[in-house]
Ligand binder design. Structure first.
Ligand code: NAD
Length: 313
């Protein structure tokens, strides 16, 4: 495994992070033993960054991850979230944040969370997040329940707006830097880099689009993106290259993300993703992939409140 510094936290995180949303059956039904084998394999491979949220499987992913980490908690950097609890249920109040952290600690079977993140900030009032949610996280930090404070979301402008008005250690952005997008690098990365904020790049497979199985039914991308992703996957199959491996390698080559968080729910996925560490991208094939992605590249979709959309302010 390779490790990179996470902003100014002093923590070294694995370049491949374990995304635990699939443990909550977000992509397919997964058994408990598959979850345990995936987590065991990840720890064995040196993956130390684990990302989860109460939202994933409506608490199921946290519960399964907590059980699978018994006896391994000390070897991992555990990140979870508050604020999003269901597809349409958001609550960024301090009161809910305080009750949520206690419930997460119980499910995760631990006495502290390494990174506590405000989940999908584009769905909340930025004023409330800056003046109420993040100060609540600061209080939790003083109490020793959490070590670091982060924010996550899809909208790039809103992440920057919040981070520039408060102290955050990390920003997690998803689906904005991979074979179908480089918007993260153009828009948020310069700010995060100059502020010394740890940048985490999630969904390197564009939430399943860049896999042989394809995206889940709930995928929010417009049809042009899904079609472009399919063209990329088909092209890589024709060239006898594993599309997920190629897509992940592309993200690992991005030096500005401390960790690339990929969703994994089987030991096979963990092992094949870790083999990517010793792979190199063929530049001719990358040019062909870029051509195949044309028409669906950098096409974002609406997410969150109108006032928080990119370009709205
Ligand atoms: P992803 O792009 O990582 O794709 C996950 C899908 O790819 C799953 O179906 C998984 O089984 C499959 N997969 C993984 N490795 C594979 C392989 N080698 N071969 C074939 N298929 C493979 O999308 P994601 O899971 O949504 O994102 C990664 C993680 O990032 C999430 O689990 C979550 O922890 C985090 N995330 C956070 C936010 C947020 O905070 N707002 C949003 C998105 C993702």
């Amino acid at each position: 495994m390779q490790y990179r510094p996470l902003g100014k936290t002093g923590v070294q995180v694995s370049v491949i992070g374990f995304g635990a949303s699939p443990l909550g059956n977000e992509f397919r039904q997964v058994t408990v033993s598959e979850c345990e084998s995936a987590v065991d394999a990840a720890v064995d491979q040196g993956i130390n960054y684990f990302d989860v949220a109460p939202y994933y499987g409506r608490t199921l992913a946290e519960e399964r991850l907590g059980n699978a980490l018994v006896g391994k908690r000390e070897s991992v950097f555990l990140a979870t979230k508050c604020g999003r609890y269901d597809r349409e249920e958001f609550d960024f109040s301090a009161a809910r944040t305080f009750s949520s952290v206690n419930a997460s600690l119980q499910r995760l079977r631990t006495d502290h969370i390494d990174l506590y993140q405000v989940h999908d900030v584009e769905f909340g009032s930025t004023t409330q997040i800056v003046e109420e949610t993040i100060p609540a996280l600061e209080e939790l930090r003083r109490e020793g329940k959490i070590r670091f404070v982060g924010i996550t979301g899809y909208g790039l402008d809103v992440l920057e707006r919040i981070a520039s008005r408060s102290h955050v250690d990390t920003i997690l952005s998803y689906c904005r830097y991979n074979l179908l997008s480089d918007e993260l690098d153009q828009s948020l990365r310069p700010f995060a880099q100059s502020a010394g904020i740890g940048l985490i790049n999630a969904s390197p497979l564009h939430m399943g689009v860049l896999t042989a199985l394809g995206p889940p039914a709930w995928h929010p991308a417009p049809p042009e993106v899904l079609a472009a992703g399919k063209r990329v996957v088909d092209l890589l199959h024709r060239r006898n290259v594993n599309p997920s491996a190629f897509a992940l390698r592309y993200c690992l080559d991005y030096p500005h993300a401390a960790s690339t968080i990929v969703g994994m729910s089987s030991a096979e996925n963990v092992q094949s993703n870790c083999r990517v560490l010793s792979m190199a991208l063929d530049s001719e094939l990358l040019s062909a992939v870029r051509a195949a992605a044309t028409g669906g590249y950098n096409l974002s979709w609406p997410s969150g409140l109108d006032e928080n959309r990119d370009g709205a302010n």
